[in-house]
Design a binder for this molecule. Structure first.
Ligand code: HEM
Length: 134
């Protein structure tokens, strides 16, 4: 059996945080229509519960992302740098959209920022897979 290493712990934490942040949004999108039928308190409770878990996961993804960067062997290639740059930009877009989504009461703003946040998060995850296999 392979022995655990600092590298495997680093990737485990990064993928765990990414999975909670991105997967949590997908699960929430799936359960919210059902919760709406129960009442606004149910939706609010689910959103608050998600926020309690998702924001620490976002911070962990960011911190372990920086750790990935420090540990990566070959980050100097132009295509690696461009992919990484777009990924970091989309991390900011995802975080800002999620924050705007959580603090707005307007339906149109909530729908737009929710969708942008999820799409940006999915692209960030895909680009992570690209960086990990580069
Ligand atoms: C919500 C935020 C983030 C998500 C969802 C995410 C997702 C991922 C995923 C799924 C991987 C693939 C891991 C693997 O199997 O190798 C990955 C790798 C990577 N991520 Fe992130 N990431 C996030 C934030 C960041 C940030 C902020 C940075 C840089 C500051 C970063 C830098 C990297 C690097 C360099 C790799 C490649 C690691 C390697 O060499 O194996 N990530 N990311």
């Amino acid at each position: 059996m392979l022995s655990p290493s600092l590298d495997s712990i680093r990737i485990f934490l990064h993928v765990l945080a990414a999975g909670v942040w991105v997967g949590g949004q997908i699960v929430l999108a799936g359960v919210v229509p059902g919760l709406r039928k129960v009442g606004p308190e149910a939706t609010k409770a689910a959103a608050n519960g998600f926020a309690r878990v998702a924001w620490p996961a976002f911070v962990l993804a960011f911190a372990t992302g920086v750790w990935n960067l420090i540990s990566a062997d070959d980050t100097v290639g132009t295509s690696y740098q461009v992919t990484l740059g777009i990924k970091i930009l989309l991390v900011v877009v995802a975080g800002a959209s999620a924050a705007a989504h959580a603090s707005s009461e307007k339906k149109v703003v909530m729908a737009a920022t929710g969708a942008i946040g999820l799409i940006a998060s999915l692209v960030v995850m895909f680009m992570g897979a690209q960086l990990g296999t580069a």
